[in-house]
Design a protein around this ligand. Structure first.
Ligand code: UDP
Ligand code: MG
Length: 332
C-alpha cells in the first residue's frame, strides 16, 4: 500500500497545549491544497498530558499517528524515530510548538515537486528570540561550517522536507549520535532552501537553555569533524616550538652574558598554563572516545513505550459509527 504524499513528523516534549492547534493549522493548510498526509507525533517522554491530547486526535482522525517514548530521549532521537516510522513519499520535520508555520509546507512541497530531494527552510527572521540566542546561532553555523566537510546552509534548523529516497538513506546511517540537520547536508542529493519568518512560541516554554545548546553544538561538531583534534595538535606544536625558543634564549644568555635569569614567575605560570592546556586537550580527546564508547555499546537510540500502530485501525470517515460500543477498547 502506497503511503500518503506527505508525512509530518512533530517531536513533542511537554507540548500539550500545542498539539491540537498544530493539528488544526496543518489541516487548514493541507486540506484545501489537496495534499494527502499523515501527522506523526513523537511524544518524547512528556509528563504534561501531551499523550492524552495526541490520543484524542488519533481516535478522531486516522491520519494522525504517534509513538510514545519510555522517557525523554531528546529531539534528535525523536526525529530519528519519526523518519523510521514515516510512510509518506516525502517527510517534513516540524516543531510541535508552531514556531515553524505550516503554510511553509506548501512551499517546501512545491520545490519538492520541482525535483528537489531535500528542501531546507531557512529562518529569515526569528521572532521572539533574544539577541544572545541569535548571536550564538550565527557563530555556531559559521564555526561549524568552517570545520566540516559539507556545510549546512546557514540559519537552517530542523524544519525541512526530505524525499523518500533520502529518508531511506538517512535511516540506514548507523551513528548513535545524531545531529539530524548535519546528517541531511552530508547525504547530498539535490538540495535547496526556502525562506520563512520563524514565529514566536505561542504556548509553553522552550526546552533548550544555553548550556544545553552549548553541549549540543559541541556534540554536533565532534560528530562531524576531527578538526578540534587537529587544532589541539597544531597548538601543541606551536607551544613546543615556543619552548625551544625560550630554551635557546636562556642558553644564549648563560653562555655570553652570564645573566642570572629571574625566571620564577615565568616558570610557575608556565606550569599552570601547560597543565590547563593539557587538561583541555584531554577533554577534547575524551569527547571523541566517549562517542566511540556510546557507539560501541550499541544501545538503541530510543525506547518506544507505545504507538498508534499497536492500536486497532482508526475508523475512517466511511466506517465511523457514532454508537459508543463501536469504539475499540483502549482508545478514547
Ligand atoms: N523537543 C523534543 N524533545 C526534547 C526537547 C524538545 O521532542 O528533549 C521538541 C519540542 O517539543 C519542540 C521541538 O523539539 O517541538 C523544538 O523544541 P523547542 O521549541 O523547545 O526549541 P526552540 O524552538 O526553542 O529552539
Ligand atoms: Mg520552539
Amino acid at each position: 500500500m502506497a503511503g500518503p504524499e506527505l508525512t509530518l513528523i512533530a517531536p513533542a516534549y511537554n507540548e500539550a497545549p500545542n498539539i491540537r492547534p498544530l493539528y488544526e493549522a496543518v489541516l487548514k493548510v493541507l486540506e484545501p491544497a489537496g495534499i494527502s498526509f499523515e501527522l506523526l507525533f513523537i511524544d518524547d517522554g512528556s509528563r504534561d498530558g501531551t499523550d492524552a491530547e495526541i490520543a484524542l486526535l488519533v481516535a478522531a482522525d486516522p491520519r494522525v499517528r504517534y509513538a510514545r517514548f519510555s522517557r525523554n530521549f531528546g529531539h534528535e532521537a525523536a526525529s530519528s524515530c519519526g523518519f523510521r516510522l514515516a510512510r509518506g513519499q516525502a517527510v517534513v520535520l516540524i516543531d510541535a510548538d508552531l514556531q515553524d508555520p505550516p503554510e511553509v509546507i506548501l512551499e517546501l512541497h512545491q520545490r519538492w515537486r520541482e525535483g528537489y530531494e531535500v528542501v531546507h527552510a531557512r529562518r529569515r527572521q526569528r521572532h521572539g528570540e533574544t539577541w544572545l540566542k541569535r548571536a550564538s546561532a550565527y557563530l555556531f553555523y559559521r564555526g561549524f561550517n568552517r570545520m566540516v566537510e559539507r556545510a549546512i546552509p546557514a540559519d537552517v534548523g530542523d524544519f525541512r522536507l526530505v524525499d523518500r529516497r533520502v529518508v531511506d538513506h538517512f535511516n540506514a546511517l548507523p551513528e548513535r549520535n545524531r545531529f539530524v540537520r548535519g546528517m541531511f547536508s552530508w547525504l547530498g542529493f539535490r538540495q535547496t532552501v526556502v525562506e520563512f519568518d520563524r514565529q514566536r512560541r505561542q504556548r509553553g516554554v522552550t526546552k533548550y537553555n544555553y548550556s544545553k545548546l552549548l553541549w549540543l553544538s559541541l556534540d554536533a561538531l565532534t560528530s562531524f569533524s576531527a578538526a578540534p583534534l587537529r587544532a589541539c595538535m597544531a597548538f601543541g606544536l606551536a607551544i613546543t616550538l615556543f619552548s625551544f625558543l625560550i630554551a635557546g634564549t636562556i642558553i644564549f644568555q648563560r653562555l655570553f652574558f652570564d645573566l642570572a635569569v629571574p625566571g620564577y614567575a615565568l616558570a610557575t605560570s608556565g606550569i599552570f598554563l601547560l597543565g590547563g592546556i593539557q587538561l583541555i586537550f584531554l577533554g577534547v580527546i575524551g569527547e571523541y572516545i566517549g562517542k566511540i564508547y556510546t557507539q560501541v555499546q550499541g544501545r538503541p537510540l530510543y525506547i518506544v513505550a507505545g504507538s498508534s500502530d499497536d492500536l486497532p485501525p482508526a475508523p475512517t470517515k466511511e466506517t465511523a459509527d457514532p454508537s459508543p460500543e463501536s469504539h475499540p477498547p483502549g482508545r478514547s
